[in-house]
Write a protein that binds this ligand. Sequence first.
Ligand code: NI
Length: 255
Amino acid sequence: MLIDSHAHLDMPDYDGDREEVLKRAAAAGVCAVVNVGFNRASSLGAIGLAESHSSVYCAVGVHPHDAKEFGERDLDRYRSMLAGPKTVAVGEIGLDFYRDLSPRPLQREVFRTFIRLAREVQKPIIVHDRDAHDEVVEILKAEKAREVGGVLHCFSGDWLMARECLNMGFLISFAGPLTYRGSTRLVEVARMAPKDMIMVETDCPYLTPQPFRGKRNEPAFVVRVAEELARVRSIPFERAAEITLANTRRLFRIE
Ligand code: NI
């Protein structure tokens, strides 16, 4: 059994077959999915999905792409969304200096605001980092994110960065890119990270693992990520599943 620790099933990509996608996940051994919000509408969508499906949990937050839409007055709305019984984390939040869809000063401010909120409500954070490794680590430190911990989702840094995050108590989550050719740096991290600090995810509908690359991604495909993790760590698949399941449940306090 596995948990897909990061999915976006609220997106319109699944409007035609959401229930079938969840059934396929269950049939593939994916016993739970954490659906992660990226703005207000998708955070509400994530909560709705979690309320209507026993196997779905959710996180609420503002993605760096959407930082420009966020206003201080929205904070109370997020605070109440975080009180829901199936809301297990604050996320996704972070910095994206690759696409720069929101101005960087705003990205930084919103990231900081949500780390503070996470500390207030004592829930872990789900961090998105693209081409912003140094600043992400700097802000995690400055805002004392260690107090609540969390996960670097779809990790894309090197071992040096991984070690810094691990030292702060953050877990590292692997997605489809682990199955792509030429991911030498990522493979190194997947090999070296301690076994109680790793998770798997799809980040669907994006980042479809091999051999399905080019198709829409879905939680059932997290099996491929776990298979690859098992391969690079030279452990049986069942062991990789067992470890990542336990880590995900511990971080998100999923029964
Ligand atoms: Ni995501």
